[in-house]
Design a protein around this ligand. Structure first.
Ligand code: GDP
Ligand code: MG
Length: 178
């Protein structure tokens, strides 16, 4: 059956943000369908995926929005953030510039987002950790602590911690809103 049609108790919107090519779309397709696309092509517009999550006896439908590439042109609009209760803010552990830009994304979240949005800072591409790491796990953790965010390193490629990162956000939103 199509998950769109299933009954659910709650519907949440959450968004993916972060620099271009950090792995947002692959994280989402992992979480939504357990697929990994090696060559995702940015298209125009907003894309989103749903996944139902069971917490206790409740079914939560998480609607996760993806940018479809507009971050490249700094063209994410306020409607992208509107009504979102959570965000995964993603950087690439093998590209320091993407980590430096986390501050810029936090600024945008504060400007356009809900004040009590649940944010998980995600250092993606942990599979490159041995060879090409430019941002240590500790730096990620420290920044998250300073900004009051959750933190996790993930690999969309090897499917490490992807489920955990999304579920951390979704269970926290559920706690706050129920
Ligand atoms: P987006 O622009 O943030 O949506 O990033 P994409 O999901 O399109 O991924 C950008 C590139 O990084 C693609 O070539 C992916 O194959 C690659 N990629 C995404 N996640 C990972 C990961 O966890 N590890 C590695 N090594 N590559 C990844
Ligand atoms: Mg993308």
């Amino acid at each position: 059956a199509d998950s769109y049609d299933e009954e659910c108790d709650y519907l949440f919107k959450a968004v993916l943000i972060g620099d271009s090519a950090v792995g947002k779309s692959n994280l989402l397709s992992r979480f939504a369908t357990d697929e990994f696309r090696l060559d995702s092509k940015p298209t125009i517009g907003v894309e989103f995926a749903y996944r139902n999550v069971k917490i206790g006896d409740k079914i939560i439908k998480a609607q996760i929005w993806d940018t479809a590439g507009q971050e490249r042109f700094r063209a994410i609009t306020s409607s992208y953030y509107r009504g979102a209760l959570g965000a995964l803010l993603v950087y690439d552990i093998s590209r320091r510039t993407t980590f430096r830009n986390v501050k810029k994304w936090m600024h945008e979240l504060r400007e356009f987002g809900n004040l009590d949005m649940v944010v998980v800072l995600v250092g993606n591409k942990s599979d490159l950790g041995d060879q090409r790491r430019e941002v240590s796990e500790e730096e990620g953790r420290n920044l998250a602590e300073m900004e009051g965010l959750f933190f996790m390193e993930t690999s969309a490629l090897e499917n490490v911690n992807v489920e955990e990162a999304f579920l951390r956000m979704i269970t926290k939103i559920h706690e706050i809103t129920s």
